[in-house]
Design a protein around this ligand. Structure first.
Ligand SMILES: Cc1cc2nc3c(=O)[nH]c(=O)nc-3n(C[C@H](O)[C@H](O)[C@H](O)COP(=O)(O)OP(=O)(O)OC[C@H]3O[C@@H](n4cnc5c(N)ncnc54)[C@H](O)[C@@H]3O)c2cc1C
Ligand code: FES
Length: 273
């Protein structure tokens, strides 16, 4: 079970793994994620189901190497087994025909954005994608996103590809030139904070998929607690998508950084053997 059938590096730090998981593949919808574990004693991490192939019975996960577990995932090879894969988890994205949907993806956030762009496009919406990365080498899934977009704008921080500038500059270009009915933003929490502020400036409804730290994925442990519209929500069972205007991004950023020292130490110890 859960054997890896294909592996490809999309950038030096981002790996795409196709894993056999027929039951999850059959049930998955845009917006769903899984929690995986590497090794019996391993830590659980949430990852979006970027693609699913019901005929082959596989799901595709795209993983950015940031710490201990994501490095362990990236080190797996074709034929290896992912110890546990639980899902599909979370609420699927609410898809309807709205008109024009702007999909703003930053870094590895483009992976969870892909199935959402695909689903909005298949529902008959005009999809405009604004994709951002630090530089050309770190931009992932450009061709796949173009397949499901009517217009694609690329932004790089250093100008090595597309337009030079942050994602918010690309979004603003779109908002100034045409009506947009919904903005979907996925990326680092700091990016989503500023992307939602730009959408708010132009009065465009905005949805963000939150990347809180998770443990059980069932609403029991409280690890993924966020404040939305002044109320406590759990990303795993109430999300992962929320009205971006209502999210307390500053609190999310603080909670994401809460274990940074311990995470860095764990990773250092593992490297030291
Ligand atoms: C619903 C959901 C879907 C996700 N989908 C994907 C995906 O498709 N691909 C992907 O690469 N990642 C995804 N993530 C983020 C992924 O779960 C984290 O990158 C992973 O848990 C980090 O584990 P680690 O042990 O490698 O790093 P850690 O040692 O736990 O952390 C290393 C560094 O990464 C930061 N970090 C830890 N967790 C997160 C997080 N959740 N978001 C942002 N930064 C974090 C830490 O603050 C630290 O600086 C998703 C998160 C959620 C909640
Ligand atoms: S991960 Fe435990 S409550 Fe959401």
């Amino acid at each position: 079970m859960n054997h890896i059938v294909a592996k490809e590096f999309l950038s030096p730090n981002v790996v795409q793994l196709e894993i056999e998981s027929p039951l999850i593949a059959a049930k998955r919808r845009a917006g769903h994620f899984v929690i995986i574990k590497i090794g019996v004693e391993g830590e659980r991490i949430p990852l979006t189901i970027a693609k699913a192939d019901t005929k082959k019975g596989t799901i595709t996960l795209i993983v950015q190497k940031v710490g201990l577990t994501s490095h362990k995932v990236a080190a797996l090879n074709v034929g290896d087994e992912v110890t546990d894969v639980v899902g599909p988890l979370g609420n699927p994205t609410h898809i309807e025909k709205l008109g024009t949907v702007l999909c703003a993806g930053g870094g590895v956030g483009i992976a969870p954005l892909l199935p959402i762009a695909e689903a909005f496009h298949n529902a008959g919406n005009r999809v405009i994608s604004v994709l951002a990365a630090k530089n050309k080498e770190l931009l992932i899934l450009e061709n796949e996103m173009r397949k499901h977009s009517d217009e694609t704008i690329i932004m790089t921080d250093d100008g090595s590809y597309g337009n030079k500038g942050l994602i918010t500059a690309g979004m603003e270009e779109v908002f100034k030139s045409q009506p947009v009915d919904l903005c979907v933003t996925i990326g680092p929490a700091i990016m989503m904070k500023y992307a939602s502020l730009v959408a708010k400036k132009y009065n465009i409804p905005s949805m963000a998929s939150l990347n809180a730290i998770m443990v059980d994925g069932t609403g029991m442990c409280g690890a993924c607690r966020v404040s939305v519209g002044g109320k406590i929500k759990f990303v795993c069972v109430d999300g992962p998508e929320f009205d971006a205007y209502q999210v307390d991004f500053d609190e999310l950023l603080m909670r994401l950084g809460g274990y940074r020292k311990e995470e860095a130490e764990d990773y250092k110890n593992e490297l030291a053997g």
